[in-house]
Ligand binder design. Sequence first.
Ligand SMILES: NC(=O)c1ccc[n+]([C@@H]2O[C@H](COP(=O)([O-])OP(=O)(O)OC[C@H]3O[C@@H](n4cnc5c(N)ncnc54)[C@H](O)[C@@H]3O)[C@@H](O)[C@H]2O)c1
Length: 326
Amino acid sequence: MKALVIGGAGYIGSHMVRALLRADHDTAVFDNFSTGHREAVEGLKVYEGDLLVPGDIDRALQAFEPDIVLHFAARSLVAESMVDPSAYYANNVCGVFNLLEALRRNGPARLVFSSTAAVYGIPVKRRIEEDHPTQPINTYGWSKLFAERMIEDYCRSHGLRGVVLRYFNAAGADASGEIGEAHEPESHLLPNVLRVAAGKSPKVLLFGNQHETRDGYGVRDFIHVTDLCDAHLLAAQALERQDLPAFQLYNLGNGQGFSVLEVLRAAEAVVGHNIASELAPARAGDPPVLVAGATRARTVLGWNPQFADLNRIIASAWRWHQNQRY
Ligand SMILES: NC(=O)c1ccc[n+]([C@@H]2O[C@H](COP(=O)([O-])OP(=O)(O)OC[C@H]3O[C@@H](n4cnc5c(N)ncnc54)[C@H](O)[C@@H]3O)[C@@H](O)[C@H]2O)c1
């Protein structure tokens, strides 16, 4: 299979590229390096371009002629999306529209798309299955929901076959230690905890301890980036199955929630010392609990996460943080 990974220089995309290459797929990257890292794609086939410039993605599709496109490129900072919605609708909605039109012009008619639990908003059930109502509470979530809707419509009417994967919290790093999570600014809990552990930052802020949860801290479902990539490989296979619909949608999470404080304590156990933290006010738009129901991915795709254990997730991320290349 020939796979084009859009956003392949970013955190999850760079892991996907490795997973595809290890499975012997001819793989190329399309990226504008706005948040991605050149070091993460050294030596690989790279088309540098911007999805907001339709000619760029046309050229990459025509030159590489992929069988499938995996789309990871997005803006994904919740707080930023609330102060600069235009940037989010441009990249996450217009960017996807440009891609869908480029796929119509140039093929391939196969797409796997990174969506997010943020499309659900405040959960009304403890475990979020795919039929949970979608009521985003931030522009990031809305931008992803609009993109999902476009993909569904193109699958219905324009001959596309697409899979939308709604991730909960991606975490961890590749076993090689060569690539890992490096966002700037970093809004995710685990890398911020480990930055402090590695002496690169003085303290980690814990947002809110008055939630209605077992210890008052927010609860999240962490999924190892390697397990996430496995699900994408299975999704690519599912696109070839004629017994499955042209548009498919799956949650990806482990179905187990850990509080912010539990993550901090688990990280202290992994690194072997205390990690300085400070309580900060809860952030607007942060749901107290987000835990996935991913039964559909397990039963239909046959997905079976191998690194669900929180300590293993943290240990892999810690290996990367101790020897971070970028
Ligand atoms: N990290 C998570 O926990 C998480 C959770 C849910 C969903 N997601 C989604 O997964 C995807 C990947 O997330 P990530 O954490 O790897 O993000 P990231 O910022 O590390 O990677 C995004 C990549 O896309 C590139 N890019 C952005 N806009 C582009 C454009 N217009 N043209 C070309 N390239 C562009 C960036 O340079 C970067 O390499 C995103 O769509 C995100 O919304 C991530």
